[in-house]
Design a binder for this molecule. Structure first.
Ligand SMILES: Cc1cc2nc3c(=O)[nH]c(=O)nc-3n(C[C@H](O)[C@H](O)[C@H](O)COP(=O)(O)OP(=O)(O)OC[C@H]3O[C@@H](n4cnc5c(N)ncnc54)[C@H](O)[C@@H]3O)c2cc1C
Length: 552
């Protein structure tokens, strides 16, 4: 097999507390340095919370796993200062084509409108993604302590902290943490050690992944075949990655012998049938996977939070694994900061599970539906699937029913206890609980992007009328005021269009760039009530009893 990538080996360094035999209490410990643990650590560091990251090995993800990263997680990584190398190295795409046999039956465009900074999707090998996250963490200085070859072997909740034992090449030591975030993957040791359930559905099918190095002229699009002539009665998926590596997934069926299927003498003929005898290629990676759709009941247990695959697992169709895990992190870090500073009740942390379980169920539903369509379980399901594919070619109404893996989209936290319901009518999609849409803006005469102006803190966005304030504070929780027409200019009118931004329209935006509340006029008392609600003071106190102040 050809290696296009050299795996880095990060140095193991014995920690001072292990060397000195001291038991130290840390504000936050993240278990697992996969994409989710690394992002969690980065967000905590951005919130000013010192964090220790423990990982049982000392390199990035081995082999071929995640490929496709969606707009929303890229926006989160952009907020954290590391999306650029990902987008620069990755393959940007937005068009998908679905074929039945050799005939195209459906085509979709994941971002038909212009004027977004971040693309709909990029394809990038998971090892590059993790490398860029680690590089960014290193820029965070002393706030982040990355400890390689450090395996958590026990964990116990105490009323106000958690206690862990960590195994390293120098033996076992004990450490404590105010908060632990378990990002230790689908087989989470932390989850098992705490005896917590992980339930759902296993799918009786197997898929072969072949990562192939070749010069080919397929476009940068997602191509999916049902029943292609080169692999009858099964499905095939093709994605371009960087470095001329192509990911090809072949459905094998449940009866396939994974060991036999992986052998080059079986993989190469399969590829030649697809690519043609004349296409030159080399294999970079081959593996066989099966999958499950499952989740924990609650993503919090005392002082321990679960994020990413440790909390929920989906099928790869739709690229929801890492993409949705990053949104877990986005939801949690700002809440931990406010609770740690005593500015929000501890119950704010329960809303992490409330909101992310809601999103998790949406992902599981979508993932299960895609999987059922791709691998129908009964004759009736197969007949339905085939009828949809027949109709889709000529009948537009059937096309949305073709499900070759509906791609990851963020789930609005509709009905979250942190939202203030609308009291007026608005058009567009920016309902409370939704992640903010981006738009091009001018700042001081320079081109910029709206999302670059928000995030990390509460922001009050107001259109057209200057309330004469630059910010304020409600019970110690600060917010910035951003006036469209003064602080930022709506460069192409997209902000007004996407936010139904009539003059006076005002939004309260959370630190994770989600809408908390909106009104048709700027009113500090209503802002204070909504902010109180958004930090978990659920029956928001009347603003007269909050201590609110404003900066002119
Ligand atoms: C074939 C395939 C294709 C996929 N395609 C996509 C895709 O296109 N897009 C997408 O978003 N997702 C995709 N995924 C899913 C994606 O790979 C996962 O969702 C993602 O890796 C989860 O990240 P994580 O950080 O939660 O866990 P992991 O990546 O599993 O990382 C867990 C980390 O924890 C460490 N660890 C484990 N136990 C301990 C312990 N006791 N102590 C210390 N450290 C520990 C591990 O060494 C590891 O570094 C795909 C997955 C597969 C298998």
């Amino acid at each position: 097999m050809l290696n296009t990538y050299t795996y880095p080996e990060f140095d193991y360094v014995q920690s001072a507390e292990q060397r000195d035999g001291l038991v130290k209490r840390h504000p936050a410990v993240v278990v697992g340095a996969g994409p989710i643990g690394l992002t969690m650590a980065l967000d905590l560091a951005h919130q000013g919370i010192p964090v220790v990251v423990l990982d049982d090995n000392n390199t990035v993800s081995i082999g071929s796993r995640a490929v496709c990263y969606a707009k929303r997680p890229l926006e989160v990584w952009d907020r954290l200062g590391c999306a650029k190398p990902m987008v620069d190295k990755g393959v940007v795409w937005k068009v998908g084509k679905v074929f039945r046999g050799e005939e195209q039956v459906y085509q979709f465009d994941l971002l038909p409108e212009e004027d977004h900074k971040i693309p709909a999707f990029i394809n990038l090998q998971q090892y590059y993604l993790e490398e860029y996250l680690i590089a960014r963490l290193k820029e965070m200085g002393d706030l982040v302590d990355l400890r390689w070859k450090s395996k958590v072997i026990s964990i116990k909740n105490q009323p106000d902290h958690a206690v862990m034992q960590v195994e390293t090449p120098d033996g076992v030591y004990r450490m404590e943490a105010d908060w632990v975030v378990a990002c230790d993957g689908a087989n989470s040791d932390v989850r098992k050690m705490m005896g917590l359930e992980f339930t759902g559905q296993f799918f009786m099918d197997r898929f072969l992944i072949a990562d192939v190095v070749m010069k080919a002229d397929f476009p940068a699009e997602r191509w999916f075949w049902f029943n292609p002539p080169f692999h009858p009665n099964q499905s095939v998926l093709l994605h371009m990655q960087s470095d001329d590596v192509w990911r090809i997934d072949f459905q094998l069926g449940w009866d396939a012998d994974p060991e036999e299927a992986k052998k080059p003498e079986n993989v190469i003929p399969l590829l030649k049938k697809m690519l043609g005898e004349d296409q030159e290629f080399e294999l970079e990676w081959v593996s066989v996977y099966q999958f499950a759709c499952r989740r924990m009941r609650d993503f919090r247990s005392g002082r321990v939070f679960f994020a990413g695959d440790a909390a929920h697992q989906v099928s790869p169709f739709g690229a929801r694994g890492a993409n949705t895990g990053v949104q877990d992190v986005d939801n949690l870090a700002w809440k931990m900061k406010l609770v740690r500073e005593g500015k929000a009740p501890e119950s704010l942390l329960d809303t992490y599970s409330e909101e992310r379980v809601f999103a998790g169920d949406d992902n599981l539903r979508n993932s299960t539906r895609s999987t059922d369509f791709i691998t129908p379980k009964s004759k009736v399901s197969k007949a339905f699937r085939d009828a949809v594919l027949d109709l889709a070619r000529d009948r537009p109404f059937a096309r949305p029913l073709v499900n070759s893996g509906r791609l990851s989209m963020p789930t609005p936290y509709a009905g979250s206890s942190l939202n203030t319901p609308d009291g007026a009518a608005f058009s567009g999609s920016m309902t409370p609980g939704t992640n903010c849409a981006d738009a091009p803006v001018w700042v001081d005469g320079q081109d910029g992007w709206f999302l670059d102006r928000i995030g990390g803190r509460f922001t009050v966005l107001t259109f057209g009328q200057d309330p004469g304030l630059t910010g304020g504070e409600v019970d110690g929780v600060p917010y910035d005021v951003l006036v469209v027409g003064k602080d930022i200019q709506d460069a192409k009118g997209r902000l007004a269009e996407r936010y139904d931004g009539q003059v006076g329209t005002t939004y309260l935006v959370r630190p994770d760039q989600h809408v908390a509340a909106r009104w048709r006029s700027f009113d500090v008392a209503r802002i204070a009530d909504a902010l109180n609600r958004a930090v978990g003071k659920a029956a928001a106190r009347p603003s007269s009893r909050s201590s609110a102040s404003h900066a002119a």
